[in-house]
Design a protein around this ligand. Structure first.
Ligand code: NAD
Ligand code: AHE
Ligand code: ZN
Length: 372
């Protein structure tokens, strides 16, 4: 029996005692050491996720230690340090997605994950008092002191890394970095525009700078975000609300033909359109990273695509989870990848999760990390 923060309904979190069943074959049970709050947890809690289910245990950016393993598990043992990943990597010879270098979207457990259950169709969480079952979330459910996930969804990492920091590689930071390195493959000398300067947007800027981008436009309606962007390598900052001219026209005006690579890191479909239309005539690439609320759709004039702009998107930054995340942890340990600036605040104990979530609404917090 352990503690969990359960989403009973929209914007309704409760701390409950839960029983976390032992891992079934092919699964691992994890002790969650630290968890960072991602905006997608808030989006689901607020009822904006078309796949959102209640009651469920949210949370998907965690650093964990393997507590026990189910039958047939071979890639990790109790005591290993791992990061659970919402995009798995089954590595099977007949998985055309894992075998392809074009994608990270292994579909092995995606259907059951979306239904809030484990691959065998059942759940591992039950309320200790009432016996009510709780749904899993994004295959992770890390707002709980223990969780159970499929073996194919855990990345085993170097034990030297602080789990209270590298937990952020379970989603947001990895996504921003991978959007630059894997999805769009920014070349040295490119121009880049980043719409939305939260943790994801800043990770894009950081990776673009490391890739040798020569000009990096940092765009946000909250000018308090500009300082971080500039210190990570942005060359220009822009507030779309500061001018009557649409931001895409401002950017095209500043660059003549548009920006080589643009990224939506807001989840706002109007911003996605601006980002696409700010992309360079003939070859500009615009990448959707933000997650839009249920019912929202994107649009633009098809002429924007006819004239050579490409619209793409990324999930988990295109990283194949079990191969890519340990490499990022190593890059962090060797000093090439800085992570500490993403940590805005730290909280002690699972019970502080609500407080950590509340802090995310202030607009000042990149990542709030709760140590259990
Ligand atoms: P965040 O809320 O911290 O940052 C968003 C930023 O966008 C804020 O600074 C906000 O001021 C700014 N913003 C809002 N409206 C704007 C506008 N009209 N123009 C310019 N800026 C605007 O969020 P985050 O944690 O950085 O996450 C960003 C998005 O990425 C979220 O939608 C999240 O759900 C999504 N996400 C996607 C993936 C993926 O794999 N695709 C992974 C993680 C997060
Ligand atoms: N469930 C939603 C979509 C949510 C979504 O797009 N999630 C992103 C990750 S956000 C991480 O913070 C993603 O990578 N999705 C790919 C996937 O397989 O879920 C919906 O619209 O139904
Ligand atoms: Zn996330």
């Amino acid at each position: 029996m352990c503690n969990a923060i359960v989403a009973m309904g929209v914007n309704q979190l409760e701390q409950r005692k839960v029983r976390v069943a032992p891992p079934a074959p092919g699964e691992v049970r994890l002790k969650v050491v630290a968890n960072a709050i991602c905006h997608t947890d808030l989006y689901t809690l607020e009822g904006s996720d078309p796949e959102g289910l209640f009651p469920s245990i949210l949370g998907h950016e965690a650093g964990c230690i393997v507590e026990s393993v189910g039958k047939g598990v071979t890639s990790v043992v109790a005591g290993d340090h791992v990061i659970p990943c919402y995009t798995p990597q089954c590595k099977k010879a007949d998985c055309i997605f894992c075998q392809s270098n074009k994608t990270n979207l292994c579909p092995e457990i995606r259907a059951t994950q979306g239904q809030g259950v484990m691959p065998d169709g059942t759940v591992r969480f039950a309320d200790a008092e009432t016996g009510v079952p709780y749904h899993h979330f994004m295959g992770c459910s890390t707002f709980c002191e223990y969780t159970v996930v499929p073996e194919i969804a855990v990345a085993k990492i170097d034990q030297a890394a602080d789990l209270g920091t590298v937990c952020m590689l379970g989603c947001g930071v990895t996504t921003g970095i991978g959007a630059v390195r894997n999805t769009t493959q920014v070349e040295a000398g490119s121009s880049v525009a980043v719409f939305g300067l939260g943790a994801i947007g800043l990770a894009v800027i950081q990776a673009a700078k490391l890739a040798g981008a020569s000009r990096i436009f940092a765009i946000d309606v909250n000018e308090d975000k500009f300082g971080n962007a500039l210190s990570l390598g942005a060359t220009d900052t822009l507030n779309p609300l500061a001018s009557e001219t649409p931001i895409q026209q401002v950017l095209v005006g500043m660059t003549k033909w548009g920006v080589d690579y643009t990224y939506d890191c807001t989840g706002n479909v109007d911003v996605m359109r601006s980002a696409l239309e700010a992309a360079h005539r003939g070859w500009g690439v615009s990448c959707v990273i933000g997650v839009a609320a249920a019912g929202k759709e994107i649009s633009t004039r098809p002429f924007q695509l006819v004239t050579g702009r490409k619209w793409m998107g990324t999930a988990f930054g295109g990283y194949k989870a079990r191969d890519g995340v340990p490499e990022l942890v190593t890059e962090y340990l060797e000093g090439g990848l800085k992570l500490d600036h993403f940590v805005s605040s730290r909280f002690d104990g699972l019970g502080a999760t609500q407080e950590a979530i509340d802090s995310m609404h202030s607009g000042k917090v990149l990542r709030a990390i709760v140590s259990y």
